[in-house]
Ligand binder design. Structure first.
Ligand SMILES: NC(=O)c1ccc[n+]([C@@H]2O[C@H](COP(=O)([O-])OP(=O)(O)OC[C@H]3O[C@@H](n4cnc5c(N)ncnc54)[C@H](OP(=O)(O)O)[C@@H]3O)[C@@H](O)[C@H]2O)c1
Length: 311
């Protein structure tokens, strides 16, 4: 019994040492200037290429816009750009997040690839127009790359405005979002009928409902996908707390659970860009590392699901 305990403890120690060494070597490889190796996906409606790891802002960027609150986030967002990140997703629904994003964008260097995404979340044409103009001011930009209708709210009204804004060059892409399974049927119908460039919904290794219809429809109709809640708002980490990664995770260049979860999503052929949210530098470096190296093939994806179920 004693020997067994010792062996297990030793094995655990060796595993964590190997994981820490791998993490250090992978993260230290991914430094400024390594953008050329970042995994990019194609936006079907334009053939433009976009880095697969983007950034969400819900809750994490909803802080006061005082210098004290913002300064810890400058390094976080700088790391995003230094490691090849492009798309930042916000919304007027996220409190101060649009203004904080604007203040941060003002301070970062080398943001050439920046791809702004926000949302309209109100009723009525005039209020929608006012809200979108306010979002541009808050984010400190004169155009938004992707404007999305948040949670399908008054979508029949806003879609007309978005088509008009796209024609006039005020936005480059039109999208619509949800994070609730109960809206999937409505979303499917909209995807089939409306001139969408992007659709945003939840998809992760535990919540795979989108594989049934939304991802295949997006592929069929040539609609790019933004994936929200990739960590189920962080609850996936609680599930695997204290559990080891499988040794074969190294074959897909994963040295953390975060990378394991993100690479699972990124490897789906219907996925364009994933938008994990973080306020921590360490987590940002971890998330951005998932945008490099090998992705799992179909067999490995099955293995990842089975491993998680077995834990
Ligand atoms: N209907 C919609 O349009 C809709 C709905 C939901 C979400 N969204 C968008 O999708 C984005 C992402 O979804 P989400 O923010 O709900 O949830 P999420 O990205 O699944 O999870 C965020 C949580 O994970 C933690 N985290 C991030 N990276 C980590 C890492 N490497 N290791 C450990 N913990 C990590 C963060 O905490 P730390 O700060 O401690 O890192 C945060 O608490 C949102 O921010 C928003 O932009 C849109």
């Amino acid at each position: 019994m004693k020997t067994c305990k010792y062996t297990n403890a030793r094995r655990q120690f060796l595993k964590s040492t190997v994981a820490a060494t791998l993490a250090y070597s992978l993260l230290s490889q991914i430094t400024a200037g390594s953008e050329s190796r970042v995994i990019k996906k194609t936006i079907p409606s334009s053939a433009e290429r976009l880095s697969v790891i983007g950034l969400g802002t819900s809750r994490t960027f909803n802080v006061s816009d005082s210098a004290d609150s913002i300064s810890p986030l400058v390094e976080v967002i700088q790391t995003f750009f230094d490691r090849g990140g492009q798309l930042i997703d916000s919304s007027p629904m996220y409190g101060n997040a649009e203004s904080v994003t604007g203040a941060l964008l003002d301070q970062v260097k080398n943001k050439q690839g920046l791809f702004t995404a926000t949302k309209v979340w109100t009723n009525g044409k005039d209020e929608g127009t006012r809200q979108m103009q306010r979002s541009m001011q808050r984010m400190g930009v004169d155009h938004i790359d992707l404007m999305q209708i948040h949670n399908l709210r008054d979508w029949q009204t806003h879609i007309e405005t978005l088509v008009d804004w796209k024609a006039r060059g005020k936005i480059r892409y039109i999208g619509i979002t949800t994070s609730h399974g109960r809206y999937h049927k409505d979303l499917e119908a909209i995807m089939r009928q409306q001139p969408l460039d992007f659709v945003q919904f939840s998809y992760n290794i535990l919540d795979r409902a989108a594989e049934q219809r939304l991802l295949p429809i997006a592929q069929e109709k040539g609609i790019a996908t933004l994936i929200n809640r990739p960590y189920q708002r962080g609850s996936l980490f609680r599930l695997v707390k204290g559990k080891p990664l499988p040794e074969w995770a190294a074959e897909i260049d994963c040295v953390s659970w975060g990378q394991f979860f993100l690479k699972f999503i990124a490897s789906h052929p219907g996925v364009t860009c994933i938008i994990p949210a973080t306020s921590k530098l360490k987590h940002m470096a971890d998330n951005m590392a998932a945008g490099y190296g090998r992705l799992p093939d179909e067999n490995t994806r099955e293995r990842m699901i089975e491993y998680l179920a077995w834990l």
